[in-house]
Write a protein that binds this ligand. Structure first.
Ligand SMILES: [Zn+2]
Length: 214
């Protein structure tokens, strides 16, 4: 539970590394209640040292190493109250034991929101793989999971970016309310539901909520 105290986040700098230009605009609007938002081009991150393999044709980047590389790319421009956030198409992963998990976002600053992680991370609906095996991309499950270029990704990215920025503001982890924008979704359907509702539950007094975009 968070009381009303001094705000920690004053300025949010988005480093837009996404091919889809709609995403950064949506995220900038969504975060504007938390601080002044500035959008720049993608930071010149030397990500080679973070490379950890490939999955489904996409290179995987280790999230902690990528955050370190981002921090080096940003250099001295990291004043108190400033949150740097990289929006990227790179597939960002972390290792937990012998398993590798795709990550939708990492925080605190410099934070990362991974569009490929949004597609690959939260579990797709049951039947997805059987559907894919039988029908390819044209099966009946199509539309119930996210694919590259899906316009709903912008909303999902807003949820993940808000979570990253809110963590910088509060230092608190995910919320247990599945209807809350700060809930850590394990299913793609949950994440899409959060994006559609974009609602902050009542457990976060004083925290400015996400702003919905048009
Ligand atoms: Zn909540």
């Amino acid at each position: 539970m968070r009381g009303r105290g001094p705000r920690r986040v004053g300025r949010i700098i988005i480093h837009d590394g996404c091919a889809d230009g709609r995403i950064s605009g949506a995220v900038a609007s969504c975060l504007s209640g938390l601080g002044g938002v500035e959008t720049r081009g993608g930071a010149a991150v030397d990500a080679g040292g973070a490379l950890m393999g490939a999955h489904g044709g996409a290179a995987m980047y280790e999230g902690h190493a990528l955050r370190s590389a981002l921090s080096r790319a940003i250099g001295a421009d990291q004043g108190i109250g400033t949150v740097h956030m990289l929006l990227t198409d790179m597939l960002v992963c972390t290792r937990e034991g012998d398993r590798i998990h795709a990550r939708t976002m990492m925080a605190p600053s410099p934070a990362i929101v991974s569009i490929r992680g949004i597609i690959e991370g939260p579990a797709r609906p049951p039947g997805y793989y059987a559907d894919l095996a039988e029908f390819g991309r044209a099966g009946p499950a199509r539309g119930r999971y996210l694919e590259e270029g899906d316009p709903r990704i912008a909303g999902a990215a807003c949820v993940c970016a808000y979570q990253a920025a809110a963590y910088c503001e509060t230092g608190e982890g995910p919320c247990g309310d599945p209807g809350c924008v700060l809930y850590d979704a394990h299913l793609q359907g949950e994440l899409l539901g959060q994006a559609a509702g974009m609602r902050l539950c009542g457990r976060h007094p004083g925290l400015p909520g996400p702003r919905t975009f048009t």
